[in-house]
Design a protein around this ligand. Structure first.
Ligand code: ADP
Length: 453
């Protein structure tokens, strides 16, 4: 694995397809873009040419259609496949199919994706590498309710019951009388969502922050961590604003955790970029999961670490040796990212439609990752992210002011967006102080639903 290639099929859409396309061009690689019917029709300037038609609008028949994507690679002579994020990016079978077709998958080996896709296997691998995990056994829960209660008592209430298959159907349990029902319901949900009933249990943390570590690995056993990010500003577990570095983390602690993440990568034979997600509470880190792909919020790390993660990802896939020394040193300045979504500002429901006019800010320390322009039609078929507004400045306070100004200079006409929500967040004294927990935004929205305050 890890072979030279000169052309890359980008198996994705939206802003990330544009982001990867540019990185390919910068490295002298030929990008091959694909698009569903909805995306072909939605372009601001439809007509001849453009991305290759991959199938109907429904994701299952286009961006998730493995056979169609492999065929597209064959007919266009692409030698590698970049999966972006979402869709097939964490699908081990797809990674395997790409390699079996004689192409390079721009991502980790299928085996590493498979381990991290199984929450119990992932937790066990992390424990083995000395990465701190949420208290609780890295073992499937037994069938017997009394045995499960004993585990819960050992951990100490409240606990959370989670499916090995993924985040669907988690349940918080606060006392032993709730255990039996919680297990039965969550098991059924897991069986339905993932086709497998295994559950595990860990301590439920009441007020954590979400802090994650970016790693970068080559095919030759070199691995480094390249900074951390705070993604605690969330609504319904969806990240809204991210920043790098995470504020208030002691450098020595970050170094220790980052080094453990890099070690875990070496142990599982990781390659490319990846993210270790942690809950952070009372000065301690607790691993929750690894994302084996490029993240939506990767730009804040790029700005502060001075690295192009997509370039590095492509180079690693080509078999290049990672010059780990380049990544030593502290973060430079501070960066924020606002995810701009086409959505109703009060209900948060996706609000597709045609963008009549759009203006994004520019200037020092401002970056906009987007695929939209005036005339673009936001499709109801896909997620509602239309742009990422990213700022970088010498200090966190400077970056906050820069984002406030950048937000006020952003205009998107014709569709509803969450721009006002971002303005509220950047005017919130708790957020400005730094270090809010993952419940903060929802709490604010409950207190002041329309943002009168
Ligand atoms: P997913 O696969 O959905 O991302 P995760 O295990 O990452 O599943 O959990 C999703 C979210 O659930 C986390 O971001 C966090 O908000 C919450 N969560 C998970 N585990 C815990 C825990 N032990 N204590 C408190 N909250 C948790």
């Amino acid at each position: 694995m890890g072979a030279p290639f000169t052309s890359v099929l980008i198996a994705n859409r939206g802003e990330i397809a544009v982001r990867v396309e540019r990185a390919c061009l910068e490295l002298g690689l030929r990008p091959v873009l694909i698009a569903s019917e909805a995306d072909r029709a939605g372009r601001a300037t439809p007509g001849e040419g453009g991305p290759l038609a991959i199938g109907p609008s429904a994701p299952g028949r286009s961006y998730l259609n493995q056979a169609a994507i492999l065929l597209a690679a064959r007919v266009t002579g692409a030698e590698a496949v970049h999966p972006g994020y979402g869709f097939l990016s964490e699908n081990a079978d797809f990674a395997e199919a790409v390699e079996a077709a004689g192409l390079t998958f721009v991502g980790p080996p299928a085996a590493a994706i498979r381990i991290m896709g199984d929450k119990i296997a992932a937790k066990r691998a992390m424990m083995a590498a000395g990465v701190p995990c949420v208290p609780g056994p890295g073992e499937p829960l037994p069938e017997d309710a009394a045995a499960v209660r004993a585990i819960a008592e050992e951990i100490g209430y409240p606990v959370i019951v989670k499916a090995a298959g993924g985040g669907r159907g988690m349940r918080v349990v606060r006392e032993s009388a709730e255990v039996a029902d919680a297990i039965a319901i969550t098991r059924e949900e897991a069986r339905r969502a993932f086709g497998r009933p295994e559950l595990y249990m860990e301590k439920f943390l009441e007020h954590p922050r979400h802090v994650e570590f970016q790693v970068l690995c080559d095919n030759h056993g070199n691995a480094v961590w390249v900074g951390h990010r705070d993604c605690s500003v969330q609504r319904r577990h969806q990240k809204v604003v991210e920043e790098a570095p995470a504020p208030g983390i002691a450098p020595a602690l970050a170094e220790r955790i980052g080094a453990r993440c890099a070690e875990a990568c070496r142990q599982i034979g990781y390659r490319g970029v990846g993210t270790f997600e942690f809950l952070y509470e009372n000065g301690e880190f607790y691993f929750i999961e690894m994302n084996t792909r490029l993240q939506v919020e990767h730009p804040v790390t790029e700005m502060t670490a001075g690295v192009d993660l997509v370039h590095e990802q492509l180079r690693a896939a080509q078999g290049a040796v990672l010059e780990t020394a380049r990544f030593a040193g502290e973060a430079r300045g501070h960066a924020f990212e606002c995810r701009i979504n086409a959505e109703d500002p009060t209900t948060f429901v996706a609000a597709p439609g045609r963008i009549a006019a759009v203006h994004f800010p520019s200037g020092p320390g401002i970056r906009v990752d987007t695929h939209v322009s005036a005339g673009y039609r936001v499709s109801p078929y896909y997620d509602s992210l239309i742009a990422k507004l990213i700022v970088h400045a010498p200090t966190r306070a400077d970056a906050i002011r820069r984002m406030q100004v950048a937000l006020s200079a952003t205009r998107i006409d014709g569709i509803a967006t969450n721009l006002a929500l971002h303005e509220r967040i950047f005017a919130d004294p708790d957020f400005v102080r730094g270090g809010v927990d993952i419940h903060h935004l929802e709490k604010r929205l409950r207190e002041e639903p329309r943002g009168e305050a």
